[in-house]
Design a protein around this ligand. Sequence first.
Ligand code: BT5
Length: 262
Amino acid sequence: MTSTENWLAGLETCFGGGNLVFLPETSSTNDEARRLAEEGAPEGTLVITDHQTAGRGRLDRRWEAPPGSSLLMSLLFRPPLTPAQSPQLTMMCGLAVADAIEIETGLCVGLKWPNDIVIGMAKLGGILTEIALRGERLDFAVVGIGLNINVNPADLPGEMLVPATSLSHELGTSVTRRSVLGSLLEAIERRYATLKAGHSPHLEWAARLVTVGQPVIVSVMGAVLEGVAEGVNANGALLIRQEDGGLRAIFAGDVTLRQPGH
Ligand code: BT5
């Protein structure tokens, strides 16, 4: 499938709409956005593509998307945050994705710590936030968002960590990527203004996380930890209550729900 959307026309937000770079194909929109950031591109620069030849997730995992099927984009932020607070951008963009999809399709969207967008327990998309430092300060952050719009999950190559889904798969009909993008940029613009005014999105994010309040297993760099996910802190760490009563803050890892009886 090729691009039928006119990405450049009529986006009404300053954020993303003001400086949009569309590339029919690129290695990774995050790499392109980082390159532009290093050349001094303004906050709100949006890179969007129809096809990534080296789309990636965390830990150099691959992000797969048949050409023309998905929303593949990266946004440049120069936020008034410390490096440790940068996960607030992931939270804010996850919440904005949920807003946009609910507005555009009525589907109920969940978020899964740390960066998944889910419908039920199937993965609809993911967010990859990468930061650059200047000394100890945050210089800029690139937030990459991949959303399966018109994807047949069976067409995704490789083994998925969790089952995949897409908007077209859920709805039984195709969806215009451009409409989802318009709603998403509006939601990001609105939410970013609140974040910049000093309000962390972490409590609202925690309320959306499908894992909070549940017994979970977290794998952190090869180690496995069990407990009940109690919430998150303002730096995005998942707070796990362990059996001995101790509370552990986990900053990176993969989380799965523990099945009853295990
Ligand atoms: C993520 O990583 O979920 C973040 C994905 C971010 C992708 C966007 S696309 C635009 C921008 N440019 C980039 O290069 N990246 C960003 P992670 O939590 O590590 O999940 C990666 C795992 O998700 C893979 O190992 C697969 O198991 C699975 N996966 C890959 N493609 C998928 C897809 N289309 N739908 C669902 N799951 C997928």
